[in-house]
Design a protein around this ligand. Structure first.
Ligand code: GDP
Ligand code: IMO
Ligand code: MG
Length: 426
């Protein structure tokens, strides 16, 4: 049966994946994360409460859904323990038997955050503006074949030795970077031994678990973190995260064959935002950018940083649509545009006087393009909380139809507010 679905962001993250995954997960047996780490901040709102998830899949609030953290995720054990305990406490949700963590996940260690700080400091003006969670350095150690994995926590006898060797190497790097801090391996060994003990009951071979679910005819939703334009290969390199956020990352990050990923849903905001450095052609500095930030409450769910805001970037979204071969899109935060009399929609990029036919690989070129806008009619009436397409003002319907025609994919959901009910399903 062809029913497994990947849900991916098609902009620079924070598209509203958490909200959409929470709603859709009701119809799935399992929700699995396949990449990223606690750099993600996925907001789910229901019952007048707002929950921000960083590592735990956004299916956790649906009682019958099994949640999996796949091998492609880089895991900070303390972040996971704290997050799961906070949810258990706030909502009396038992994680045992609901949450499964891959024994192949690479670990984030405290020295990854120190190294990240050192590297960002060195970059100065060219810094990426990361979330400071140690994500990049942890993936570097994975690709460099020296990282520690969750399975290493399960053999405490040899853990101390492994950590000591890695810390010695990191201290040499920090010294070379002239960074005024060194790492002491002993407290890390002690705490990671304890974390292993606490996590033990969640840990398993999640690739085997997921493949068993597939064999049993169960349905899986793969939850992307970040967005396609932050993908290490397809995004606006080097201003990206260090994993494959696009749908291509699902198979490697879960141990499920691409044969079993049947449909791809892209999530985008009705406008655009980005946190951190890097090119953002449609960025609007005041007053419209500020208005979008205020209306959309555009502050990072993980770091609290103000998000940079701007208009819908058509060429970037079209490129992401191609990379993911989307079946449909869910458009979120349409209500944020309620205030505007006219809404610019970027349809093309101009560079050195010519229209670009491809999304540029070079961040310097993307940073220099001139967006060409089509000015669409605003609606200036409230769409917040609308649940039916027919109730949307005509200009809002036109805006969404224009977006859908432009991307050449149907719009399957429209979000008109943060909470579960504020959603139009098409
Ligand atoms: P994610 O990382 O893709 O899950 O998105 P975030 O949770 O980081 O950011 C999306 C923000 O927008 C959250 O604060 C959501 O509660 C909020 N949100 C989601 N959909 C809507 C919507 O349709 N309208 C409004 N006003 N807010 C929304
Ligand atoms: P969700 O899943 C928005 C950005 C950071 C920085 C770059 C690299 O909530 O959409 P990293 O810490 O990953 O090495 O930072 O990526 N970034 C995000 N931006 N939403 C996210 O996740 C992000 N995760 C990372 O701001 O520019
Ligand atoms: Mg987010």
């Amino acid at each position: 049966m062809k029913k497994n679905l990947a849900v991916v962001g098609i902009q620079w993250g924070d598209e509203g994946k958490g909200k959409i995954v929470d709603i859709l997960s009701e119809g799935f047996d399992c929700v699995a994360r396949y990449q990223g780490g606690h750099n993600a901040g996925h907001t789910v709102s229901f019952g007048n409460r707002r929950h921000v998830l960083h590592l735990i899949p956004s299916g956790i609030f649906q009682p019958k859904v099994t949640c999996v953290i796949g091998c492609g995720v880089v895991l900070d054990p303390l972040a996971l323990i704290e997050e799961s305990q906070a949810i258990e406490k706030a909502l009396s949700i038992q994680m045992q038997g609901r949450l499964f963590v891959s024994n192949r996940c690479h670990l984030i260690l405290p020295y990854h955050r120190v190294l990240e700080a050192a590297i960002e400091k060195q970059l100065g003006e060219r810094r990426i503006g990361t979330t400071s969670r140690g994500i990049g350095p942890a993936y570097e150690d994975k690709m460099g074949r020296r990282g520690l994995r969750v399975c290493d926590l399960m053999t405490p006898e040899t853990l101390r030795e492994k950590i000591a060797a890695l810390v010695a190497e990191k201290n040499r790097v920090l010294e070379a970077l002239k960074y005024p801090q060194t790492i002491d391996p002993d407290p890390i060994c002690d705490s990671y031994t304890r974390f292993g003990e606490t996590m033990k009951s969640f840990v398993c071979d999640t690739s085997a678990l997921l493949n068993k679910l597939v064999r049993e005819g169960k349905s899986i939703l793969f939850e992307g973190a970040q967005g396609t334009l932050l993908d290490i290969d397809h995004g606006t390199f080097p201003y990206v995260t260090s994993s494959n956020a696009a749908a291509g990352g699902v198979a490697a990050g879960t141990g499920i064959s691409p044969k079993h990923v049947h449909r791809i849903l892209g999530i985008c905001k009705a406008y655009a935002t980005r946190v951190g450095g890097g090119p953002f052609p449609t960025e609007s500095v005041e007053p419209a950018g500020d208005q979008l930030r205020i209306r959309g409450n555009e502050y990072g769910s993980t770091t609290g940083r103000p998000r940079r805001c701007g208009w819908f970037d058509g060429p970037a979204a079209r490129y992401a649509t191609m990379i993911n071969a989307l079946d449909s899109v869910a458009v979120t935060k349409i209500d944020v545009l309620d205030a505007f009399g006219e809404i610019p929609f970027c349809t093309e990029y101009k560079y050195k006087g010519s229209i670009l036919t491809e999304f540029p690989a070079d961040a310097a070129i993307l940073g220099a393009v001139e967006p060409v806008y089509k000015r669409l009619r605003g609606w200036q009436t409230a769409t917040a909380g609308i649940k039916e397409w027919a109730k949307l003002p005509a200009a809002a319907q036109d805006y969404l139809k224009f977006l859908s025609d432009y991307l050449e994919v149907p719009v399957s959901m429209v979000s008109t507010g943060a909470s579960r009910e504020e959603t139009i399903r098409l």
